[in-house]
Design a protein around this ligand. Sequence first.
Ligand code: FAD
Length: 408
Amino acid sequence: PKICVVIGASHAGVNFAFALRREGWQGEIILFDSDLELPYHRPPLSKTYLTSDDGIEKNLLKSAESYQRDNISLRLGITVADIDREKKNIVLGDGSLQAYDKLVIATGARPIIPAILGVATAKNLFPLRTASDVSSIRDCMKSGAIKKVVVIGGGYIGLETAASLRKLGADVTVLEREERILSRVTAPEMSVFFQQLHAQHQVDVLTSKNVISIESHNEYNEVICADDTLYRADMIIVGVGIHVNKEIAEKAGLTIQNGIKVDASARTSDEHIYAIGDCTFHHNLHYNRFIRLESVQNAVDQAKVAAAALCNKKPVYDAIPWFWSDQYDVKLQMVGLSQGYNQVLVRRDSENDKSFSVWYFKDAILLAVDAINNAKAYVYGTKFIKGRQKVDQSKLVDLSVEFKPANL
Ligand code: FAD
């Protein structure tokens, strides 16, 4: 029987391994990860897990017994250093080799630590990607020494972390370099909504704040911006984006383009090597372009496609991207890709301004929907986008028209 080796045991790698068994793979399945913990869910790290006292065992992707039951061998605390495509080996950190017949790269991404002056000597500065990052942040919070926190970066991770640390009692300021938060991914209406939401919870979200240096003193840091403003911080969270873990693929000569390039069955430029999850640059059929996504949905969907492909089926990746974010009592659900929109419509379903939806169109074609505390808008949006169904825009914003697909 053949050996399938997987580099990276997180959302993509773990879902792949179990899917491969379900598809009937008879040979060995070996998962490697440099992390020491049993693989866990990442989305709660900045949300409920950060504010809880739970151990990581409450947050596992699969129980330890599941790996045994499905005969999946999990090798934790091991970094894969190289891929030898000619000999079909991977080289582990200690120089030892592991042979493969099929290889799956699910190496995901790591946080960017910006090259700001003083970043290396800053006190209590953390990214937030791993369970161990959260342990450090929680320990700091428990020490009682943290009053003021500065979050660098107003993206989803920065904002979720700000909300969670506020819940734990910290005095939080978010510094965003762009003119508005979430500017890469949402319409201005959404940026305004989230900025106000944080203000209601006494979190300062400041924009056009380009952090240029950090000065650390005995007990605290000063975070200094290009406009000469200065923010005191006992702890600093960095949430300014990710680097794709593509180096070993690149060294092995696989095609790279903003990520590891894969086809509709998640195969790389080497027919024996697949890549899935955050590390891939893949084709999205619906939007007819190559994209890179940082989402659980994409990791899980590509995992299933790669598993089927390895078992000689002919799957085609054809998913509409979706994503969620939780901040305070607000649940945001997003579906589709809004890039390239030229029209935005907002539907407010109730007096309650914490429930509405933002609809992105390009030349009257629905591209994406952002739904705030509004599961219906998310579900209908998904249906319309998938079906490429035309939406009656005047009815969409007319509150006298009952909100249901048949009326739109
Ligand atoms: P990763 O999760 O990055 O895993 C890659 C794994 O590969 C890691 O465990 C790493 O240790 C390992 N690895 C890398 N290189 C090597 C090597 N050379 N040798 C051995 N091991 C290696 N997505 C959503 O859809 N909704 C959310 O609400 C959401 N919230 C998030 C909140 C936080 C705080 C974070 C960090 C992410 C969030 N995401 C969310 C994104 C989501 O977690 C990622 O899209 C998902 O984890 C991608 O899975 P992956 O398996 O592709 O990569």
